[in-house]
Design a protein around this ligand. Structure first.
Ligand code: GLU
Length: 418
């Protein structure tokens, strides 16, 4: 993996760029640049054919300064410790940016979940949860879904943790199904949040949402819900893609029908009402908004020149490399950075955690209204700082978040102190 494509190097480089705008003591600059603690575990899982396979899992706590660590667990064949480190650091900034009382963490298992049966996935999840028992808890570290994990995964996690405790502990994890203490609105929160933030950005930039051409890379939880939400706002979703390829229809796709098709068929590519295109072509389509909602490193120095979107709304974490960002910025592309753009998921996770701790549940309308309020406030904070300092939105968002974490760290002080 080239340096440019190592997410941890990228996260630290973004940090270095943002921290320059703050006047922090050197020890704090160093402290917040590194993970607080890292957990690596190799563990056996029984497969359906009776064999036992060994898996590697990670959980990284980047910061515990503002509260318990919060962040998802990813199941993907390319998970690495460096990727989990980067994702953990981004969670710290994300939580600080939307001002919820968490630090940042992330976990992952090196596994292609599509190759495991439901039973094997359950065994894998329950064993990993037991291994994580040292770390997780409603007051210490609260996992959630990420790529390759679902509300069902979170239900198994919650059940395993609760079995060890002897009573139900719903607040140990968020993104659970509603029937086991999940929150209304959580499943679509990241995608709907992308829409709230993008809509705000478009208003600022004078781009009408109605009729705007939107391209979405990735049609998982984030991409499909962002596409649906933009469609409901009257935007024209002209192209979408998944791991199998892309689909293009300049007249606009019928997103609700496409979502139903994907539920039945498992891919967007067999939908008959559009032209098959590659993922590479999709990224270079002329459009008003491009929503990368797949993996890291999708917009790179190799394809950035060809990207013709006016706004890039980062539904995924880390989809734009540093070099690509330079190229795009020089051309006037407005990038809504991941830590702001996709913060809707963790924001509703926070609502879910609060509801779980209180055993008192809110209505969906209230949840969505509070979500929009929080995301719009965070957007406005970043916009203001970006204008004041003459910096891009990512630098502003990261600097603002670092400032909040640093302030908490200074107030807490260094323990023990003579
Ligand atoms: N995995 C999501 C993210 O990257 C959600 C994390 C959470 O809800 O804790 O923001």
């Amino acid at each position: 993996m080239s340096l440019e494509h190592n997410p941890w190097q990228m996260a630290q480089a973004q940090y270095d760029r943002a921290v320059r705008h703050l006047d922090l003591p050197p020890y704090l600059v160093d402290y917040l640049r590194h993970p607080r603690r890292e957990f690596i575990v190799n563990f056996p899982v029984q497969m359906d054919d009776g064999r036992v396979r060994l898996f590697t899992g990670y959980r990284v706590h980047h910061s515990t300064v503002r509260g318990p660590t919060k962040g998802g667990i990813r199941y993907h064949q390319n998970v690495t410790l460096d990727e989990v480190r980067a994702l953990a650091m981004w969670m710290t900034w994300k939580c600080a940016l939307v001002n919820i009382p968490y630090g940042g963490g992330k976990g992952g298992i090196v596994v292609d979940p599509r190759e495991l049966s439901p039973n094997e996935l359950e065994n894998l999840t329950r064993r990993f949860t037991s291994e994580l028992g040292l770390l997780i808890g409603p007051d210490s570290d609260i996992p959630a879904p990420d790529m390759g994990t679902t509300p069902q995964t979170m239900a198994w996690l919650m059940d395993t943790y609760s079995m060890h405790r002897g009573h139900a502990v719903p607040a140990v994890v968020t993104g659970k199904p509603v029937s086991v203490g999940g929150s209304l609105g959580r499943n679509q929160a990241t995608g709907v949040g992308v829409m709230f933030v993008t809509r705000r950005a478009m208003r600022k930039l004078g781009i009408p949402v109605r009729g705007a051409r939107v391209v979405v890379q990735g049609f998982g939880n984030v991409g499909s819900n962002a596409a649906l939400a933009m469609h409901e706002q009257g935007a024209k979703v002209i192209a979408v893609s998944d791991v199998h390829g892309g689909l293009f229809n300049p007249e606009g796709l019928d997103v609700p029908a496409l979502v139903r098709h994907v539920e039945a068929e498992g891919t967007v590519t067999t939908w008959p009402h559009g032209e098959r295109i590659s993922n590479e072509t999709l990224l270079t389509l002329e459009c008003d908004v491009l929503i990368p909602a797949a993996l890291e490193n999708q917009i790179t120095a190799d394809n950035a020149e060809a990207v013709r979107a006016r706004v890039i709304a980062e539904g995924a974490n880390g989809p734009t490399t540093l070099e690509a960002e330079e190229i795009l910025r020089a051309r006037g592309t407005f990038i809504i950075p991941d830590i702001l753009c996709n913060a809707g998921g963790v924001t509703v996770s926070y609502f879910e955690w609060v509801q779980g701790l209180q055993f008192y549940f809110w209505g969906e309308a209230e949840i969505l209204a509070r979500l929009e309020q929080i995301l719009v406030a965070a957007f406005e904070d970043c916009w203001r700082l970006a204008e004041e300092r003459g910096v891009d939105m990512r630098t502003a968002a990261t600097a603002l978040a670092i400032q909040r974490v640093a302030e908490a760290a200074e107030l807490r002080g260094v323990c023990p102190q003579l």
